[in-house]
Design a protein around this ligand. Structure first.
Ligand SMILES: C[S@@+](CC[C@H](N)C(=O)[O-])C[C@H]1O[C@@H](n2cnc3c(N)ncnc32)[C@H](O)[C@@H]1O
Length: 331
């Protein structure tokens, strides 16, 4: 294990925080960068040299530039990873509280930033979700049988990438995204770019509090879907969420829970076990959950005569090796 890896991460995160990118998509001398960004010239030179040593910049004729192959991802166009890198830079501060979080069980925000407003950075966070999610979103939707599906509810749909993939897979489909106030504006950018503003609509509100009947609106949903939502919730909230999902789901429909699932030892896969720490420092009650407990909690859903509502359960592991879906058939 190389415990100095954090130094490389810190170098890149500072370059991102200081807005080196996309400035360095054009060749710049160290003095130019220091002047443009109002930085210490000697410190700027060292940081540029360190980034160059890592292969993220090239140095030629005294000027630094992002290599051709990284210009799109370090630019400011739709292929940019910078929203995700900015999100990671914020997480650096949150993770710095880990030792105290383990001592006290409290989040970084409870310990060090009680005035933190969750809406600060929400737009950036929503864009970051789109950067990281497209490939798996397409793969996840392709794994679902969409025959006869016309209405999908995407709870916590964020930037709308799953909703867009549902529409790409079946153009006759309509998707309702149910997400918190404030997310719709960013989601609309992605949805409009994809040309699906007529097929994807928004219901703004907290899924745990909105009026169940209001969301149903024109009818129940063939698929009630959620991606990367339950990991930010406590077990009690998930029980309430699933209860609501069963109300929103049409008889014979499916509840699909996509997340980073752990095995029963809670130590594998590694990325899900490490993600549990992300939830420890950043959320009240969030966690990485196991496949088994996700299935067990869905299986606890009952109808008004106390009969089991879920008639079948299946699992699908996705190609990154740590994302997966639990699919529950609802009677
Ligand atoms: C990690 S993002 C995932 C976004 C998207 N589903 C994806 O996988 O790319 C979680 C999303 O869930 C939303 N969310 C969290 N708690 C929620 C709640 N109680 N009700 C509605 N949306 C919620 C957040 O606003 C955010 O957009």
């Amino acid at each position: 294990m190389n415990l100095t890896m954090f130094q490389m991460s810190r170098i890149m995160l500072s370059a991102v925080e200081l807005e080196f990118f996309p400035l360095l998509n054009e060749p710049q001398s160290s003095a130019d960068v220091a002047k443009a960004l109002d930085l210490d010239p000697g410190a700027t030179l060292r940081l540029l040299n360190a980034i160059t040593s890592m292969g993220v910049l090239q140095l030629s004729d005294g000027k630094y530039v992002v290599p051709e192959e990284f210009r799109e991802i370090l630019g400011d166009g739709p292929g940019s990873v910078l929203p995700m890198f900015r999100h990671r830079a914020r997480l650096w501060k949150v993770w710095s509280s880990l030792t105290d979080s383990v001592r006290t069980g409290k989040t970084h925000y409870a310990l060090n930033d009680p005035e933190f407003d969750q809406w600060d950075g929400m737009a950036e966070f929503t864009r970051a979700m789109a950067v990281s999610g497209w490939k798996i979103a397409g793969e996840a939707v392709a794994e679902l049988d969409l025959d006869g599906v016309t209405r999908v509810l995407d709870i916590g749909g964020g930037p709308g990438i799953y909703a867009i993939e549902f529409c790409r897979a079946r153009p006759d489909l309509r998707v309702c995204i149910l997400d918190n106030e404030g997310v719709q504006e960013v989601a609309s950018e992605f949805i409009n770019d994809a040309g699906y503003q007529e097929k994807i609509y928004f219901y703004s509100g907290d899924a745990l509090e909105v009026d169940i009947d209001d969301v149903i609106g024109k009818g129940k949903f063939d698929i009630v879907f959620m991606s990367n939502l339950i990991h930010a919730m406590s077990e009690d909230s998930i029980h309430e969420l699933y209860r609501r999902c069963a109300e929103w789901c049409t008889p014979g429909g499916r509840i699909v829970v996509k997340d980073f699932f752990l095995d029963d030892t809670r130590t594998e896969p590694q990325r899900a076990a490490v993600f549990a720490i992300n939830m420890l420092v950043a959320t009240t009650g969030g966690n990485s959950y196991t496949w088994t407990e996700t299935e067990d909690w869905l299986n606890e859903l009952t109808d008004s005569s106390d009969k089991n509502k879920v008639t079948g359960l299946s699992r699908k592991l996705l190609s990154d090796g740590y994302s997966g879906m639990v699919i529950a058939e609802v009677k």
